[in-house]
Design a protein around this ligand. Structure first.
Ligand code: B12
Length: 504
């Protein structure tokens, strides 16, 4: 059935630098392609997205405004634009999906300008909702749907089991290309000149208590087959010249068999690629698999190292297998295979007393320095812990007791403090004092100067050497305070790229 009740799919502006393919909107578009007419507006590629949206909606042929929303900067367009749609086009139905909408659905639904939230995958739920609304059929039982009763009660329907990812419709790259030339999404990274962002699986089989994926997927994971990934990647390579891939999966490396199959297919392609995985999972890979992956173009893998403290790792529910010792050993193992481990750490976790929080921050800094000594190629990403609603976990109980709560209204999320909370830069967590946050940030500044990230392709080797000078001394002595000379160099001369802000 094709209807002409048009849908406007909107991807709000997210990062202020490189543009990546809006996979969320692309996959949601795939789910209704050929069934419902739709247009795409990408806030990353429009100077004034609202005027584009308004023009479309003024045509009078639209019935749905559908917006993907992840936390942070996307809210800056998602909230005011959805509000304006309600104000100027009250007959339209507003539908939100994506990580923010799924995790913070209560404030979203309590606002009076979002009518429905799809939580988790929208591949079945979105077309089913549109079909129901178009025909006046009941929508009250559609899995993954959140809706409001006439009395204003918010109802969260059951969760659908994860779908066979190979059975999903193909991504409509050609259709997206009609709105925004696809080449604009293939940009230089350290992997290549035209990097494709690709997402090959849903969920993650683990239950880390700090992770935003857990409340939605509850330890479930399903991936596309290696052959299917290869086919889609090849299509973009042949048609638009993609020469490298960033895998945006939460956990690309869950299955060694799939990774090996994919690597074999990639051997002749001469494409670099990067993905996210777990240390304990990839550490179980055989030497042959790791060597094959490297030959097939795997240059770097992002790992959540989190901390070197075993008790804390346990509290974070890292699956109970990852240990500080393993993190160190694995950094050395990756060096042998010439695959760069990109380790992310979460600093500033809650503890029983301010002294303990301080002690943990210092322990983490010392641990990071140790890892760098073992394998200096290790890329370090530092986040400050920002809670996510993992209700029921010990960690969530602990932070609630410590006085933490999320904003009470949707618009409160727009305040600058909450935005930096989302960016995991400056959390509003009561157990962290400004001095602690400063210590972490100052260390990060010095670390980035001492070891400038490889992912900043704009830095020349001379620039690298110059920024390393002040970094070297401070790094060795542990004197991180007031690193103004580094900041001035980074800001005005180098325009340094910080993966923790611009990355995922
Ligand atoms: C790509 C990405 C980005 C890109 C966005 C690119 C773009 N085109 O806009 C960039 C790099 C900019 C980015 C930034 C950030 N990101 Co980000 N990002 C991702 C990532 C890796 C992939 C998203 C994606 O494309 N998924 C693929 C699609 C197919 O899956 P999906 O989005 O879940 O979509 C499905 C459903 O959710 C649903 N759906 C989604 N949208 C919609 C809309 C409608 C209308 C409907 C019906 C359904 C629906 O249907 C889809 C198909 O089933 C995710 C992690 C992940 N693997 O998903 C993190 C993730 C979403 N990001 C996250 C965060 C926190 C950020 C940042 C805010 C912070 C940071 N430092 O990383 C920054 C903001 C920085 C900035 N300056 O803007 C978190 C969110 C955590 C949370 N608390 O909810 C995630 C989950 C990573 C993580 N594990 O922590 N990110």
């Amino acid at each position: 059935m094709t209807t002409d009740a048009k849908v406007l799919l909107f991807n709000p502006r997210s990062a202020n630098s490189k543009h990546r393919i809006p996979n969320s909107i692309l996959q949601v578009g795939a789910s209704i392609y050929g069934r419902h007419e739709f247009v795409i507006v990408d806030g990353n590629l429009e100077r004034d997205p609202w005027s584009v949206i308004r023009q479309y909606l003024e045509s009078g042929s639209f019935r749905y405004f559908a917006c993907t929303v992840m936390p942070g900067p996307q809210l800056r367009q998602a909230i005011p634009f959805s509000k304006k749609v309600r104000e100027f086009f009250p007959e339209l139905i507003n539908i939100w999906g994506g990580y923010f909408a799924s995790n913070q659905y209560k404030v979203v639904m309590e606002s009076d300008f979002v009518d429905f939230v799809i939580y988790g995958p929208g591949d079945n739920a979105f077309p089913a909702l549109l079909d129901a609304l178009d025909t006046g059929a009941p929508y009250e039982f559609i899995p993954n749907l959140i809706w409001k009763t006439a009395e204003g009660d918010i109802i969260k329907n059951t969760k659908e089991t994860l779908l066979d990812q190979d059975a999903l419709p193909q991504l409509p790259y050609d259709y997206l290309d009609r709105f925004y030339p696809l080449r604009r999404y293939l940009n230089p990274t350290f992997l290549g000149k035209k990097t494709l962002a690709y997402h090959s699986s849903m969920g993650c089989p683990f239950k880390c208590s700090f992770c935003a994926v857990v409340p939605i997927y509850e330890a479930r994971w399903r991936g596309k087959s290696a052959a299917n990934i290869y086919r889609e990647v090849k299509y973009v390579q042949e048609k638009w010249g993609a020469d490298s891939i960033e895998f945006h999966d939460n956990n690309f490396f869950v299955s060694e068999k799939r990774t090996v199959e994919f690597s074999k297919l990639m051997l002749k392609e001469n494409m670099n690629w990067w993905g996210e995985g777990r240390i304990d999972t990839v550490d179980q890979y055989s030497d042959e698999s790791l060597a094959l992956m490297r030959r097939a173009g795997c240059r770097m893998i992002f790992f959540g190292a989190e901390t070197g403290n075993d008790a804390l790792l346990k509290q974070m529910d890292k699956g109970g297998k990852q240990t500080g010792e393993q993190i160190r050993r694995f950094a050395a193992r990756m060096k042998k295979f010439d695959i760069i481990p990109e380790y992310s750490f979460v600093l500033g976790m809650p503890a029983d007393s301010p002294e303990q929080v301080w002690a943990q921050i210092e322990e983490d800094i010392a641990f990071i320095k140790e890892v760098k000594a073992i394998n200096p190629d290790t890329e370090i990403i530092i986040y400050i812990y920002s809670p996510v609603p993992t209700e029921g976990s010990d960690l969530y109980e602990r932070i609630t007791k410590a006085g933490f709560s999320f904003p009470a209204t949707l618009e409160d999320w727009l305040s600058p403090q909450w935005e930096s909370f989302d960016l995991r830069r400056n959390p509003l967590t009561p157990w962290l004092t400004p001095a602690m946050v400063r210590r972490i940030r100052d260390f990060e500044t010095v670390l980035n100067a001492r070891f400038p990230t490889l992912s900043d392709t704009k830095l020349s080797s001379l620039q690298r050497r110059i920024i390393q000078l002040p970094g070297r001394l401070r790094y060795r002595t542990g004197f991180f305070r007031f690193p103004y000379e580094i900041k001035v160099l980074q800001k005005f001369w180098l325009r340094y790229r910080q993966p923790e802000i611009e990355g995922m």
